[in-house]
Ligand binder design. Sequence first.
Ligand code: DC
Length: 213
Amino acid sequence: MLIAIDGPAGAGKSTVARAVAKSLGFTYLDTGAMYRCVALMSLQAPSREPAGLAQSARIELEGAVAEGDPDRIVLDDRDVTQAIRSPEVSQTASLVAADPGVREAMVARQRELIAAGGDWVAEGRDIGTVVAPNAELKVFLTASPEERARRRAAELGGDLPTVLAEQTMRDARDSAREHSPLVAADDAVRLDTTGLTLDQVVQRIVVLARSSA
Ligand code: DC
């Protein structure tokens, strides 16, 4: 079974997707981390075409080393778990993610992983619309912009006005891009997480998953 969790930055996708995967015993697929890897490569090799970098990247998504740790992300044999979370990488990820060649390479990689079998919770922006339109369950997570910025600032540090301004810029770019813009699939369940606890959101999705299996 595949559960697709899409939505804008800061809606709580990563935390929710990870918790849903854990609760159901599914594998968590963080597709944003893959775009972040391409962004990091692009920052380190600015003269190279992002699409070429995306094709050559060897990205391995590994589980956390210890309970509560972030999942380990290995790019060309280098641990980039921390490096891909910097504000600079976040902004560049949103730029490289607008490149059709980059998207093509990433979507192909994601489909391969999913097709290899097993049960997945895949998290991103285009899972329900492009990567896996046949997903058994599609959830589109949202939250108010202020709530999303508050969560990001609490998680990654930084002052609220700056985080909110950067988020607004990224949202606009992710939604307005020509290729696979951020939109909810027609058959996605919309879930506004403003004011809900993590447990409430996870429970809601687990119930939906049980009834769609
Ligand atoms: O979810 P995140 O913040 O780690 O995503 C990083 C960037 O990658 C974000 O700007 C949107 C983009 N992205 C995308 O375009 N498609 C995906 N499936 C996942 C992320």
